[in-house]
Design a protein around this ligand. Structure first.
Ligand code: CS2
Length: 485
């Protein structure tokens, strides 16, 4: 490999004409590029339609700087047993950086040719209280956007201002399509949009409530953050440097509630998406079986010193922990979605986690736990306890998160905490001296732990025992114990 592949090879470029824009997408990160853009690209190739994507970054210029010199084109590289398979993706027509020109983003969203505004903005991008699902009107950025709707900074601010523009112009609203790992994500998106609109103009809120559409969807493809080594390897192989390439597993699944304004959407079913009337059961299966165990592995793996999910699940005990957790604690709370076999789903998950070519860092999955825990672990925990069943695995996972938020791993190394509540959580943990006090301090965060769950008799004691066990014996020993139980 040459010393600097970025300087040696020509830049990767477009192999198909730039499509006309029909979608604005907020959050142009690796997941969107490995998922939404791929489905839309294949749908346009197979069935046509003007569904080019204008991708908007609400934060950094990185995606624009990677994609612009390539005309918006890039490759998605699947990492499977047969090796690395690059596929060009030409669906992105343009990239905008919202903080540089918010007016251009609003104008693009207000253009009637745009029929869908889709979102991969991560859990914290919704600015809601995870325990209630309502928009957090005290969030400083939300307050800013309510005061300055023409120059917003949040997703909800852009959406409502653009919808207001369309209403004034007599145009139809766009569909708002949430593609984040949140339960009933369409309903959540609708809720925050209406909360925001109502605070600005109740008539606008009524119009959106009557005419807008917010289909839920379940999204699934494991896509770790791209590393410079990934890009160099791809460049050496293809003899072109693609700064925007993404690397992911071959598996993908998109289940979409088929409820769009005027039925306008790409023919995603041509790319394998499942268009259904109700995605709730699929969402619950995926969030609880996949994301719930992903977070469990992230905390209990990171604490024990494992860098990736594949490394964690191949260490003794972790795979058996998962099998027991699914069987005894998670699956009893999950209804079988139509067309799925839950046992086969979990077996396939374990194989996906074991994929050695996917270097998905435990640290990456551990981030933003305060926004992830409720839908991944706490709902399952609450239902299990309410049904009078024991939940030792879920309790170990939640205690693992509490240990992790204390900021030190089992070998005494400091953890770089990344979470919107990192400061308050770590301070609360530091201020408490005993395990029982620490657990009580965490449980008092009512935007994470609903009050009735926190007050469940015996829960604080069980978490305290698990926390003490983790602190004295280390996560790996606790995982082995649970696996053998
Ligand atoms: C992961 C997810 O980062 C995380 O928290 O659990 O991004 C996961 O990889 C995807 O949901 C898989 O579809």
């Amino acid at each position: 490999m040459p010393a600097d592949p970025a300087a040696t090879y020509p830049r990767f470029s477009r192999s198909a004409p730039t499509p006309k824009i029909g979608i604005v997408h907020l959050g142009p990160g690796a997941f969107f590029r490995a998922f939404n853009a791929v489905y839309t690209d294949e749908a346009m190739t197979r069935a046509g339609g003007d569904w080019g994507i204008l991708a908007v970054s609400l934060q950094s210029p990185t995606a624009r700087d990677q994609l612009d010199p390539q005309g918006g084109a890039y490759q998605v590289v699947t990492l499977g047993p047969e090796g690395e398979t690059p596929q060009p993706v030409n669906a992105i027509a343009r990239v905008l950086v919202a903080p540089e020109d918010p007016a251009a983003v609003i104008a693009a969203m207000a253009n009637p040719a745009v029929r869908i505004v889709s979102l991969t903005i991560t859990e914290k991008g919704y600015r809601h209280a995870p325990a209630t699902g309502r928009l957090n009107l005290d969030d400083p950025d939300v307050a800013h956007d309510l005061a300055h709707p023409e120059a917003p900074v949040t997703a909800v601010g852009f959406i409502v201002t653009a919808l207001a523009r369309r209403r004034t112009a007599g145009a139809r609203p766009f569909t708002v399509q949430s593609c984040d790992n949140l339960p009933d994500n369409g309903h959540l998106a609708r809720g925050i949009v209406l909360d925001f609109a109502r605070a600005l103009d109740p008539d606008l809120a009524d119009w959106i409530a009557a005419k807008g559409r917010f289909p839920s969807s379940m999204v699934d493809r494991i896509t770790p953050a791209t590393t410079p080594e990934d890009l160099d390897r791809l460049a050496a192989r293809t003899r072109a440097y693609d700064a925007a390439a993404v690397f992911c597993e071959p598996f993908r699944q998109w289940v979409i509630e088929d409820d769009f304004v005027d039925g306008a959407r790409p023919a995603w079913q041509e790319a394998g998406a499942q268009m259904v009337r109700d995605v709730a059961a699929h969402e619950a299966m995926k969030l609880r079986c996949l994301n719930g165990t992903h977070s469990t592995l992230a905390y209990l793996g990171y604490l024990a010193g494992f860098e990736t999910i594949a490394e964690t699940v191949t260490a003794p005990g972790y795979d058996r922990m998962l099998l027991r957790l699914w069987r005894d604690e998670i699956l009893p709370t999950v209804a079988q979605p139509e067309g799925e076999d839950l046992q086969a789903y979990c077996d396939a998950l374990l194989a996906r986690y074991r994929n050695p070519a996917i270097r998905h860092r435990t640290w990456q999955i551990a981030m933003d736990g305060s926004q992830k825990l409720p839908q991944r672990l706490l709902g399952t925990l609450a239902e299990t306890l309410a049904a009078g069943r024991p939940a030792p695995g879920l309790i170990l996972a939640v205690a693992g998160w509490m240990r992790y938020m204390g900021g030190v791993d089992d070998a005494g190394r400091e953890i770089t905490l990344k979470d919107p509540l990192a400061g308050p959580l770590k301070s609360a943990s530091d201020a408490a001296s005993t395990a029982a006090d620490k657990v009580a301090a965490f449980l008092a965060f009512d935007t994470i732990f609903p009050a009735d769950l926190a007050a469940t008799p015996g829960l604080a004691e069980a978490l305290t025992r698990a926390y003490e066990d983790l602190a004295t014996r280390g996560a790996h020993a606790c995982v082995k114990d649970y696996a053998n139980g």
